[in-house]
Design a protein around this ligand. Sequence first.
Ligand SMILES: Cc1cc2nc3c(=O)[nH]c(=O)nc-3n(C[C@H](O)[C@H](O)[C@H](O)COP(=O)(O)OP(=O)(O)OC[C@H]3O[C@@H](n4cnc5c(N)ncnc54)[C@H](O)[C@@H]3O)c2cc1C
Length: 486
Amino acid sequence: MGLREGAVEALVERRGFGMSRLPHVVVLGGGPAGCGAAYQLRRTGKATVTLLERQNVVGGVAGSFEWGGQWLDYGSHRLHHTVDPRILEDIKQLLGDDFGDFDRHGRIRLRGEWLHFPIKSLDLLRRLDKGFALGMVRDLVMRKLRRPAEGETFASVLLANLGPTMCHHFYFPYSRKLWGKEPELLSGIQARKRVTAGSFGKLIKRLLKPVGGGKYYYMREGYGQISRAYANAAVAAGADLALGWGATKITRSTEPGYTWTITAEHGTERRTIHADHIWTTIPITLLAKISDPAPPAAVQAAMQQITYRAMVLVYVQLPVDQYTTTDAHYFPEGNVRVTRLSEPKNYFRSTSPKGTTILCAEYPCTVGDEIWSASDEALADMVARDTATAAIPLPAKPIAVHVRRLPQAYPIYQMGYEKPLATLDAWAGSQPNMLVYGRQGLFAHDNTHHALFMAYSAVECLTPGGFDQQKWAGFREIFKSHVVED
Ligand SMILES: Cc1cc2nc3c(=O)[nH]c(=O)nc-3n(C[C@H](O)[C@H](O)[C@H](O)COP(=O)(O)OP(=O)(O)OC[C@H]3O[C@@H](n4cnc5c(N)ncnc54)[C@H](O)[C@@H]3O)c2cc1C
């Protein structure tokens, strides 16, 4: 879809005739945060909207694509039951019969055993060896007698709350794989954001009653159907959706009455768009990079200290109807490199296509390292090796392999990351009529329902008198309490 010819000029023209007009919001990024905002802005009639998305499809990391006769996601994605009820109702309305509610069939490989995931009541103690069970009980008793100080690192926060047994066997090896860092080098904030069972109390509660009741929502045409539905509804309500148009420059507008002028590029084509407000969900580091004039030296220095974990997604097509009945297998331990293996067909309990199924293996890595640069064949071999090590060997040689690479899959909260992030955030916050939100904008470890909640919250803050910064500050406090679910 192109940037609608004349849309920009029409706005300028109307302004030239002195007609009162709605504010024009240019939304950068068509992931859930961008699509959700575009729809809400049009639906409430608060603004005219141009949504710029660099890719040819919406959805961002939460998007989907077709390959091998199936819809596939960028790694295992599901909508969690903790979604805000208002947002859930909208998604249900938008998706109709394509929306379903399912029981989770996940499992986790620990110490040579498979446990249900999310971990079910006392499975952990019953199924694992006595050494592990005794260790957990000992940790619980020791913690009652003398609770260690939480400290500031991922390692110290989890040790204080969960004890050494869970940490050394589960969370620490997993975090090394996921973020590529020793747990002592990661911030305690990462532990609080990422680990749903952040304390012994919560862990025990979760053992007895898994978060979300072990259920999830999913869509017939892949997880990206959520963003596609929002984007379609936004367009139907009058938004301009420009797919394949990446923002390459943001500058203060010289056009009378506008605050910003955005340059967008699509191949060799280039256009400019004038905006009253920019709402940006693109990585905050990229935002700083494409701003003209360039931000102050301190902000540029801060950009260098914000780092992301990349991910290679390896899709292997097998000549069988179904590999297992499990939707996602989790591998926290260091004996295999894969962190999660999903079978997309199982998410909507789909039986088509007949005769084949696809697995998606997630390999966190660093851009340019040996995983990132490996050939498709080498990556498929890695999947075959890892599944064999985990005692779920591939039933046959893959008939096809497809690889996707995400350079910015997870924010890495290294010790001390808060300072450079605060510098970037303060710079963005000082720009007039600029709103930074979404996973990449706020460098937030979040779920899709959190990104949508941010979008809905932003629209609530837009009033005829301008953007209500105080209300937004209140919402930012709420966002801090979001805990990511797997
Ligand atoms: C492996 C993995 C598994 C996950 N599983 C789940 C799950 O099960 N459930 C769940 O709820 N969440 C899950 N998430 C999180 C979920 O994907 C994110 O919360 C969600 O995608 C965030 O949406 P967003 O719109 O904020 O950002 P993004 O999805 O990152 O969207 C940002 C968009 O900006 C675009 N963009 C970038 N630069 C430009 C530019 N210059 N101009 C225009 N556009 C640009 C990008 O192309 C992208 O489309 C998972 C994430 C990962 C990495």
